[in-house]
Ligand binder design. Structure first.
Ligand code: PPE
Length: 310
C-alpha cells in the first residue's frame, strides 16, 4: 500500500511507521473491531469527503452493536479525519477509521480492555483494478453463503465478519475470477465480497432490500437516489440466482470499488457496460467529484492542506 505521513491514533497524530499495537490486543485474537471505508475526492473546492457523516454514523452504530464504547463523537472523528487529510497533503484518498478492543484482558468477555480508535488515510486506486470501471469484472457465485442474522449482524461493519468475505473472495480469485457474489442461506442473492449488487431486468433496477443479509451500503443508498433522479425504477426485493444469468446488466457498488459493471457471471456474458449502468455511473462520478450541484450536500470539504501545522 501507499504510505502517507501520519495516522491518527487515540487522539494523536503519529508517524505512519509508529502506529503500532501490542500482539495481545483483543481485536487481533477475536476480531473485535469495527471499521469504515470512506473516500475523499478531488473536487473544484479541493478535497472533499463523500457522505462523511453517514459513514461515521455507521461506524458508531457498528461499535454499539458489538458493545464497543467509542470515546469520540461523530463530530470529533469528522474533524480529526479532515485534519489528517490536510496534514497528509492528500487531494484524494481512501479513509479507514477503525475501533477495536485493545490490550488489557484476554478472554471473550473482556470489558476491561480499552477501545482503541485509529484513522488512516492513503492513496488507493480502483479496488477491482483500473480497467474494472470501464470494462467490467468477471464474477462467480460463491459456495460460501453470506453470514446470516441468526449468527452475526450482517448490517454491522465488523472486522471478524470479514472472514466470511475473505473466504468468498479467495475462492473466486483462486478460480480466476475478479469478484465473488454471495447468496444468503435461502439461496437468494446478497452482495459481492465488498460491494452491494444491482441487477437490471426488463429496464427495472433490482437490488436486495435493506432487510436482506447485506451491508446497507452508503454507495448503494446514493446510487439508488441517483438512479431514481434519472428516472429509473429501483425495486428492492429478493433476487434469485437464475435472475443473475437472465440479467440485462449487473453492477456492483462500494466505496473502495465505486460503481463497477459485471461483464460475466459464472461464465455467462452480460451486456457491459449497459446503457443503464453507463448513465448511472456517469452521474455518480459527477456526484463524487463535485460536478453535480444537486448532490453537493453529499460532500464534506476538508479545506486547505496544512502540512506546516503538523
Ligand atoms: N458490502 C460489504 C460486505 C462491504 O464490505 C462493503 C464496503 C459494501 C457492501 C458497500 O458499502 P459502502 O462502501 O458503504 O457503499 N466495503 C468496504 C471495504 C472493502 C475492503 O476490502 O476493505 C469499502 O468499499 O470500503
Amino acid at each position: 500500500m501507499e504510505k502517507a505521513e501520519t495516522i491518527w491514533m487515540n487522539g494523536e497524530f503519529v508517524n505512519w511507521d509508529d502506529a503500532k499495537v501490542h500482539v495481545l490486543s483483543h481485536g487481533l485474537h477475536y476480531g473485535t473491531g469495527v471499521f469504515e471505508g470512506i473516500r475523499a475526492y478531488e473536487t473544484p473546492d479541493g478535497p472533499a469527503v463523500f457522505r462523511h457523516r453517514e459513514h461515521l454514523d455507521r461506524l458508531l452504530k457498528s461499535a454499539e452493536l458489538y458493545y464497543l464504547d467509542i470515546p469520540y463523537s461523530v463530530e470529533e472523528l469528522r474533524e480529526a479525519t479532515n485534519d489528517l487529510i490536510r496534514r497528509n497533503g492528500l487531494s484524494s484518498c481512501y479513509i479507514r477509521p477503525l475501533a477495536f478492543r485493545g490490550y488489557g484482558e484476554m478472554g471473550l468477555f473482556a470489558k476491561g480492555s480499552p477501545v482503541e480508535v485509529t484513522i488512516a488515510t492513503w492513496t488507493w486506486g480502483a479496488y477491482l483494478g483500473e480497467e474494472s470501471k470501464l470494462k467490467g469484472v468477471r464474477a462467480k457465485v460463491s459456495s460460501w453463503r453470506r453470514i446470516a442474522p441468526s449468527g452475526l449482524i450482517p448490517h454491522a461493519k465488523a472486522s471478524g465478519q470479514y472472514l466470511n468475505s475473505i473466504l468468498a473472495k479467495t475462492e473466486s480469485a483462486n478460480a480466476g475470477y475478479d469478484e465473488a457474489i454471495l447468496l444468503d442461506d435461502r439461496g437468494m442473492v446478497c452482495e459481492g465480497s465488498g460491494e452491494n449488487i444491482f441487477v437490471v431486468r426488463d429496464g427495472e433496477i433490482l437490488t436486495p432490500g435493506h432487510t436482506a443479509s447485506i451491508l446497507d451500503g452508503v454507495s448503494r443508498k446514493s446510487v439508488i437516489q441517483v438512479a431514481q433522479d434519472l428516472g429509473f425504477t429501483v425495486v428492492e426485493r429478493d433476487i434469485s440466482r437464475s435472475e443473475l444469468y437472465l440479467a440485462e446488466e449487473i453492477f456492483l457498488t462500494g466505496t473502495a470499488a465505486e460503481l463497477v459493471p459485471v461483464r460475466e457471471i459464472d461464465d455467462h456474458a452480460i451486456t457491459c457496460p449497459g446503457e443503464v449502468t453507463r448513465a448511472i455511473q456517469a452521474k455518480y462520478e459527477d456526484a463524487l467529484h463535485g460536478r453535480a450541484p444537486e448532490y453537493a450536500e453529499w460532500l464534506d470539504p476538508v479545506g486547505e492542506p496544512s502540512k506546516v501545522a503538523s
